[in-house]
Write a protein that binds this ligand. Sequence first.
Ligand code: AMP
Length: 216
Amino acid sequence: MKNIILIAAPAAGKGTLSEMLVEKYNYAHISTGDLLRSAAGDGTVLGEKISNLLKTGELVTDEIVFELLEKRLKENDIQNGYILDGFPRTLNQANMYDELITKLGLDLGIVVVIDTPYETLKKRIVGRVLCGKCGSVYNTLTGVNTPKVDGICDKCGSKLEKRSDDNEESFKIRMKTYEEKTAPLIDYYKEKGNLFFINGESKEQMLKDIEALLYD
Ligand code: AMP
C-alpha cells in the first residue's frame, strides 16, 4: 500500500481515518506523539527529558523525534505501508524526512490533507465528552454519538467528563498553531506534486476519498 502522511487540524478526523485504514488494509500507524509518550515513560535519562518537554506542550526537538522515528521505520511491519500521524510538524522536519527516507530506501507516498470546516472542528472539540471509566467518546453538539441520557455513558452508565483542553479558548490556540506551522508544509508538498485533499465531514466520506487515492 502507498505510504500516507496525514496533515490535519485538531479534531479533523486523523485518528478515525487511521483506525479505519489499520483495520481494513493493515497499515502500520505511526504517531510521533505516541512514540514520544511511550519513550517518556521508559525510566531513562532521555525519557525524563522527553517527559519534561511534553509537559510544556512545546514541540519536542527534531533530534529526539528523528531518533525515535528512524528506529520505528526500521521495524518490519511498515513494509505493507504506513501512516504518519503528527509528523512532519514543521518545514524543517519535512526536509529532514526527505533525507531520512532516501537513506532508508522508503517511499514518500501521498500527503493527505483532511479538509474539515472550521465550525465542524469547533463543535467536535467544544462538544466532546468522555466517559471517565471506560473511555467512550461522545459529542453533545455535532449530532453524531450523542449520549442517550445527558451526562451519562451509554455503555457503562458512568458520569461523562470534559477534557480540560476541550474548550473554545484552547481550540482557537490549537488552530492558530496548526495554521502557522502547517501552511508552509502544504505548499511544500504541493510543489512536489503529491498533495491531495479529502473531505473530513464524515467517516464514510473520508474513507471513500482516500480509497480513490490509494487505488489511483
Ligand atoms: P500529538 O499526540 O500529535 O498531539 O503530540 C503530542 C505532543 O508530542 C505535542 O504537543 C508535541 O509536544 C510532541 N510531538 C508530537 N509530534 C511531534 C513532532 N513531529 N515534532 C515535535 N514534537 C512532536
